[in-house]
Design a protein around this ligand. Structure first.
Ligand SMILES: [Zn+2]
Length: 117
């Protein structure tokens, strides 16, 4: 959660820098003001900061806890749509946790081979 706030803060900072460089043509840094009157420098630095801003924005939205789409019960081998389940418990077996399909076949690779045959 703390990381997400950091990412959105960094993203806004990067877009602010982009604005400063492209529009205001100055770059305030440690009390110094770098001169971005050269169009090449301005475009180069502007694009760089803009890309960084997009990157941090992407990280901000990406950092959601992943919910599995399909899960499988290790007991009765039934595959379920996760949204249909209550807390990820198997409908048939009750109180048995179903496992995310990808995780499931990592745990039981033998069953994946059977499926492919
Ligand atoms: Zn089951």
């Amino acid at each position: 959660m703390k990381n997400r706030i950091l990412f959105i803060f960094l993203s806004i900072s990067m877009f602010y820098m982009t604005y400063k460089i492209i529009v205001a043509k100055i770059f305030p840094m440690r009390g110094m003001i770098a001169d971005f009157s050269s169009p090449f420098l301005r475009i180069f630095a502007g694009v760089l900061f803009f890309v960084l801003g997009i990157l941090f924005l992407f990280l901000f939205f990406k950092r959601k806890p992943k919910t599995p789409q399909y899960t499988k019960c290790p007991n009765c081998k039934e595959v379920f749509n996760y949204n249909e389940l209550k807390d990820g418990k198997c409908k048939n077996c009750k109180d048995v946790d179903t496992i995310d399909l990808d995780e499931y076949f990592k745990k039981y690779p033998d069953e994946l081979e059977e499926k492919e045959e």
